[in-house]
Design a protein around this ligand. Sequence first.
Ligand SMILES: [Zn+2]
Length: 82
Amino acid sequence: MVRFPDPPDPLDEAFPLGDGTADGAAFAACPYCGELCEIVLDPGGGTHQEYVEDCPVCCRPWRVSATWTGSQATVTLATEDE
Ligand SMILES: [Zn+2]
């Protein structure tokens, strides 16, 4: 019996990084206290994401900017009032 491959899932095509091979976390230094923190990412949310998250060390709000190049995530943290 011949098995045909499953047809492509339209959701996977819209968010090709959501397949589990892309970086799910990255390290970046807090722009307020300078502490190196692990930023947990959601690769399935798109190749470029910006959102606000609080620093777990000093509790001040970061503007997180995450970009994926292939499966490699780049994260930059900025102060909210920059
Ligand atoms: Zn901090």
